[in-house]
Ligand binder design. Structure first.
Ligand SMILES: [Zn+2]
Ligand SMILES: [Zn+2]
Length: 185
């Protein structure tokens, strides 16, 4: 019976079977350092964390590329002449993601599809795509709903939604008559 060799992970400090540590590419069995100092679990979680961090830059680049193509402009022109500056877009997109859609106010965390729910709307599609003056970070649902609605019509619609949500519904006339009858009894 061979004894199980244990090794301590230099990151999480826990001891695992040696098999839970990847082998170094250059094998030197005589060395005590022939396996990675960090356990497979810690290596995996570091990779996941990196992927999570990379999602945001990828999102901004992707959205910029798609809009550039849509407008028949290069990414460079969109950046230099229309203000689509990466750092600023990243900062504002993250702010909106944390605080809710710029149209409906719905928190993105509640929508359930991660960064896919965050989209960019050209507020007035007739005007040039200047960032940020003519650009809004909004949820995919609002973006679909707005589609190419003229901005003033869209603004009026949003105001109606706000009213619908914040004012109590008025009772129907038949309910009022019923209530009056009850009061007479
Ligand atoms: Zn570990
Ligand atoms: Zn929305």
């Amino acid at each position: 019976m061979t004894a199980v060799a244990f090794k301590r992970c230099s990151q999480c400090g826990r001891e695992f079977d040696e098999a839970f540590f990847r082998r170094n590419l250059v094998l030197d069995a005589s060395s005590t350092r022939h396996r990675h100092p960090i356990c497979i679990g810690c290596e995996q979680s570091a990779r996941d964390e990196q992927k999570r961090k990379d999602r945001w830059p990828a999102k901004i680049r992707d959205v910029t590329r798609r809009h550039a193509a849509k407008h028949g402009l290069s990414v460079q022109i969109l950046t230099d002449d229309y203000g689509w500056v990466f750092d600023r877009m990243l900062h504002e997109a993250q702010h909106v993601y944390a605080n809710g859609c710029q149209y409906c106010g719905e928190p993105f965390a509640a929508m359930g599809h991660g960064l896919t729910d965050l989209t960019l709307d050209i507020f007035d599609p007739v005007l040039p795509p200047y960032y940020p003056a003519n650009i809004r970070w909004v949820c995919a649902t609002c973006n679909r709903e707005k589609s190419r609605t003229p901005p003033n019509q869209w603004a009026a619609k949003l105001a109606c939604w706000a009213k619908w949500e914040h004012q109590p519904a008025k009772p129907h006339w038949s309910d009022i008559v019923q209530q009056q009858k009850l009061n007479l009894i």
